[in-house]
Design a protein around this ligand. Structure first.
Ligand code: ZN
Ligand code: ZN
Length: 354
């Protein structure tokens, strides 16, 4: 079968490899769609980060080359021994994280902090391929109301539902989201699905502003026009946002989050901040604001699937900016997302069946 394999930083190759066979308590899945994640692009540009290159991963025993792709949906085509809960033909998605289930953090239910955490598409072969194998504990059925395209959004959506949980958002909260990329748009919809009264999106790219409005933003504000603090104050009877999700990444975005967050509010940092920068901590202190971080997910897959199933979160087709085949996933997918055209894209989906 064809597979897009990560060898190391800036070294990804399309190869022909044998189809994987499911072991005990594993299923073999025919991949339908797999999203390209910012982390795939980061792995290509700045890696190796997640992919073990120098030595085998302690949990999976695997090292590069490893097939990428962790945001996927597909159909079960074969099962290993001791698989009772699934059958051939089931439509599924997969939680890619592979925790050890033994360490202190795993036992506390914080799998994402596992000392040996591995992942499908990171420390085990992923879904930029015709087939992928997954442990049954990681597999979730998709209801008929969730298309395969939407099924490939469950993983990033789970990150966003996790962010809402990490922030302990209260029903009726006035929420601001910085950035209307894929994670910003899914976080906005997660917050609304979890009971936010209003979600104000801060974004300056016209296409993303339009998408945010279409997907349910109460108001879309261009932070480059006017005073963002005054604008959000005017929309919230002066109090500003109770909760701000920072989904853009650079330091200025966190400064904007601080500006639009009201007294006693919470800023949840969802974007990946790679560079250190100066932050006026006294603003937080005087107004008793909190900053917390949110990375990945633990057990938010059922909630994400439910939100896609009942239509509270929409991604298909609005959030899909391009569909490419596995053979083109490097040139027209990952490299496209490193080009100057990257901001014109929302989500690029890859399929072996195109
Ligand atoms: Zn991802
Ligand atoms: Zn662990």
């Amino acid at each position: 079968m064809k597979a897009l394999r990560f060898y190391g930083g800036k070294d990804i190759r399309l190869e022909d490899i044998p189809e994987p066979a499911p072991g005990p308590k594993q299923v073999k899945i025919k991949v339908k769609w797999c999203g390209i994640c910012g982390s795939d692009v980061h792995e290509y540009l700045a890696g190796p980060i997640l992919i073990p290159v120098k030595r085998p991963h302690p949990l999976t025993g695997r090292q590069a080359p490893i097939t990428g792709g962790h945001e996927f949906s597909g159909e079960i085509v074969a099962m290993g021994d001791n698989v009772a809960q699934f059958k051939v033909g089931d439509r599924v998605t997969v939680r890619p994280t592979m925790p050890c289930y033994q360490c202190y953090y795993c036992k506390k239910g914080q799998h994402i902090q596992c000392e040996m955490l591995g992942s499908i598409g990171g420390a085990a072969d992923g879904a930029f391929a015709d087939y992928v194998v997954a442990p049954v504990d990681n597999v979730y059925k998709l209801p008929d109301s969730v298309s395969y395209e939407a099924g490939s959004f469950v993983e990033p959506l789970a990150c966003c539902v996790h962010a809402v949980k990490r922030g302990r958002m209260e029903p009726g909260a006035a929420v601001a989201v910085i950035g209307a990329g894929p994670i910003g748009l899914l976080t906005m919809q997660s917050a609304l699905a979890c009971g936010a009264s209003d979600v104000f999106i801060f974004e300056f790219l016209p296409e993303r502003m339009r998408l945010a409005k279409e997907l349910g933003a109460t108001e879309v504000i261009n932070p480059k026009e006017g005073n963002p603090g005054k604008i959000i104050a005017s929309l919230t009877s002066g109090r500003r946002a109770d909760m701000v999700f920072e989904c853009a990444g650079p330091g200025e975005a966190l400064l904007l989050a601080d500006t639009v967050c009201g007294r006693g509010g919470t800023i949840v940092e969802v974007g990946l901040m790679t560079e250190p920068f100066k932050f006026p901590f006294s603003n937080l202190f005087l107004r008793e604001k909190s900053i917390i971080t949110s990375q990945g997910y633990v057990d938010e897959f059922p909630a994400a699937i439910a939100f896609l199933g009942n239509g509270k979160v929409k991604c298909d087709p609005m959030m899909i900016s391009s569909k490419v085949k596995v053979e083109d996933a490097l040139e027209k997918g990952i490299k496209e997302l490193t080009s100057e055209r990257k901001l014109q894209h929302c989500k690029i989906l890859v399929s072996p069946e195109l």
